[in-house]
Design a protein around this ligand. Structure first.
Ligand code: AKG
Ligand code: FE2
Length: 324
């Protein structure tokens, strides 16, 4: 199945990114996810209200405003919503969302057809994955600003893996659940920057702000372009393409998933977390097809990490002098 013609594949190779509109089916791929998260928000607000952690369940507010109220009240919803564990302090009850609609999205045949035309038919779902539901940035309290809730700093995705996977062809698949615009904080990137080496990434920014980022002197601001993507569309990124997000200056949410896939057999760059075979033309029987099995993989990982294990997630352990 060739979703992209040769010209598009060539453009991806040359520019390090590709925007494709209309890859996903709104009814089959997106709406189930929206419904699943509405249910999850209902569940957590009810619980936090009952526990006295919220002054109200904010039931009458639309999804985005309700989320902002929850955050304003100091409840960190993002770990309940995310589809990955955090990299530290995992306990037996660290929340993670492992719902059927999300698993359906990870395995969407429409999405995998597109992925197949870029990395081939043996497709592994790489466990470096997130959901980012970002309220208007002015409503996000300082202590809750991170790349899941607010602006994402400049980086290359290769900078977040460990070196054993440097040669893995990890494809970033970024897809918005609501139209991503310049105003609500779509991504921006530097075309062709994947041809550069892996850049230095720093851990602490100038204002003491934490978060992995490429320092300013390695960026070429005049070459950055914003990449709006409509719901149903997908942005594909090469692992060395430099990118960041704009901030959400709108009144609504900016909601996206970033998923990653690599050819089966290549290291994922985050071996402590579980991936799975999403599609194999050669050995279809190895595909993971059950949400429950997928959830079990993450639950077992959580138990293992809570127990004792302190794996390495990051190649950048201390800031170089060039970071100052
Ligand atoms: O959506 C964002 O803010 C950041 C996404 C990102 O860095 C990625 O998909 O690799
Ligand atoms: Fe990224």
């Amino acid at each position: 199945m060739a979703t992209f013609n040769q010209a598009s594949v060539r453009r991806f190779r040359e520019e390090g990114y590709l925007v494709a509109e209309g890859v996903l089916d709104v009814e089959r791929d997106i709406q189930p996810v929206v419904d699943e998260y509405a249910e999850l928000l209902e569940e957590v607000t009810e619980r936090w209200y009952a526990d006295g952690k919220l002054a109200s369940t904010y039931r009458d507010l639309p999804f985005g405003q309700r989320l902002a109220k929850v955050l304003e009240s100091g409840q960190a919803y993002y770990q309940y919503f995310d589809i990955s564990l955090p990299q530290a302090n995992v306990t037996l009850d660290t929340p993670i969302h492992l719902g059927e609609a999300v698993f359906g999205l990870l395995r969407s045949p429409r999405l995998l057809d597109a992925v197949e035309s870029l990395i081939g038919p043996e497709i592994y779902s790489n466990p470096i994955q997130h959901v980012r539901i970002k309220p208007p940035e002015r409503l996000v309290p300082e202590g809750h600003r991170n790349s899941l809730t607010a602006t994402t700093d400049w980086h290359q995705d290769q900078g977040v893996i460990i070196p054993e996977a440097d040669a893995s062809e990890i494809l970033t698949v970024w897809l918005p659940i609501v139209d991503a615009t310049v105003e609500n904080g779509c991504l921006r990137l530097i075309p062709g920057s994947h041809r550069d080496d892996l850049m230095l990434h720093c851990l602490v920014g100038r204002e003491g702000r934490k978060g992995l980022h490429i320092p300013d002197q390695f960026l070429r601001p005049e070459e950055t372009i914003p990449v709006p993507v409509k719901r149903g569309g997908v942005l594909f990124l090469h692992r060395r393409t430099m990118h960041a997000s704009l901030s959400n200056r709108s009144d609504g949410i900016r909601w996206s998933f970033d998923l990653r896939y690599n050819p089966i057999g290549q290291p994922t760059g985050r071996p402590a977390f579980p991936g799975f075979v999403a599609r194999s033309r050669r050995n279809p029987e190895t595909e993971l097809r059950s949400t429950r099995d997928w959830a079990t993989l993450w639950q077992q990982t959580r138990a293992r990490l809570a127990e004792s294990e302190k794996p390495t997630f990051n190649r950048w352990t201390a800031d170089s002098p060039a970071c100052a």
